[in-house]
Design a protein around this ligand. Structure first.
Ligand code: C2E
Ligand code: MG
Ligand code: MG
Ligand code: MG
Length: 288
């Protein structure tokens, strides 16, 4: 008791903790108006085929241009939006905006990229997954934009699906049946049972950045090499594609290519950026 009271007092006396608390509270209350005022924007990071280096699409990553604090990354506000439920309208906006962008790329560059029409990956939070409107919202957005479902890949983290019951998987199954790809994000961090993969309507594994990081040294840690090799062969046997995230060097890309990974994403190729940047990359790729 006495200890926790002391802890509270010292917390109040800590100006930094105070500022953090105020910011957290301030950000939480500012979220709904931020959406109305259009303070969110999306950066796109290319997904590159490891075999031929072509740009296949991009992941949409949301940012908040806060009038006082500048650009805030998703780690600062997504947890708050999840907590307050604003993630549902915010997630819907991200989906609509990214699909609109995918359509614009397809209209302008459809046949000019070597790899065919660009695809878009959008992150889904667990709250969106359990929201009853998910399937209908997605169908509506796709229909309004005139983009076929195969242009879209929804990313769900492995941890969100661990122990998921059938009710939670049902909307994902519906979407997968329509032709939407489902990717298991941050794969390898969630201690899920590999056999469990058979139950999940996923078609892509996104290997967590921690694996990519361990490919930094040369030669890479032999145990990590074996793990990645095992995951890739299991994934391919189950007809799943493997994407790697967080590729920062050519050596990592080469190692992961040799291990059989299909697609890669990371600063080595491009940082997340405005949509024009992706167009340039995809076009360079097509012409040169
Ligand atoms: P994620 O889906 O795993 O996205 C990958 C994160 O890794 C992004 O961070 C990206 O900027 C970063 N990254 C990409 N390449 C590299 C690299 O080479 N090195 C390093 N160190 N980092 C790299 P970001 O943009 O800060 O997003 C963080 C997380 O926020 C995302 O992780 C995702 O879980 C979540 N998120 C982003 N946008 C949305 C959204 O629209 N909705 C939801 N629900 N979550 C989102
Ligand atoms: Mg993701
Ligand atoms: Mg990821
Ligand atoms: Mg990650």
């Amino acid at each position: 008791r006495a200890k926790s009271a002391g802890g509270n007092r010292s917390e109040l006396a800590d100006p930094e903790a105070d500022a953090r608390a105020i910011t957290r509270h301030g950000l939480t209350t500012a979220l709904p108006t931020a959406l109305e005022r259009g303070e969110f924007f999306i950066e796109y990071q290319p997904l590159v085929h490891l075999g031929d280096g072509s740009v296949r699409g991009a992941e949409a990553l949301v940012r908040w241009l806060h009038p006082q604090h500048g650009v805030l990354g998703p780690d600062r506000f997504i947890p708050l939006a999840e907590h307050t439920g604003l993630i549902v309208p915010l997630g819907r906006w991200v989906l609509e905006e990214s699909i609109r962008q995918a359509r614009a790329w397809r209209e302008r560059y459809g046949e000019q990229t070597t790899a065919g029409p660009l695809r878009i990956n959008v992150n889904l939070s667990p709250c969106q997954l359990s929201h009853p409107g998910l399937v209908q919202d997605t169908v509506d957005i796709l229909e309004r934009s005139g983009v076929t479902p195969d242009a879209l890949c929804l990313e769900v983290t492995e941890s969100a699906l661990i122990g998921a019951d059938d009710d939670l998987l049902k909307p994902l199954r519906r979407l997968a049946e329509m032709g939407v790809d489902i990717a298991l994000d941050d794969f390898g961090t969630g201690y899920s049972n590999l056999a469990n993969l058979r139950r999940l309507p996923v078609s892509v594994l996104k290997l967590d950045r921690s694996f990519t990081q361990s490919m930094q040294q040369f030669p890479a840690d032999p145990v990590d090499l074996k793990i990645v090799e095992g995951i890739v062969s299991l994934a391919h046997n189950l007809d799943l594609a493997v994407t790697v995230e967080g590729v920062e060097t050519g050596a990592q890309a080469e190692q992961l290519r040799i291990l059989g990974c299909d697609t890669a994403q990371g600063w080595y190729y491009a940082r997340p950026g405005p949509p024009e940047r992706l167009q340039e990359l995809a076009l360079v790729d097509a012409t040169g």
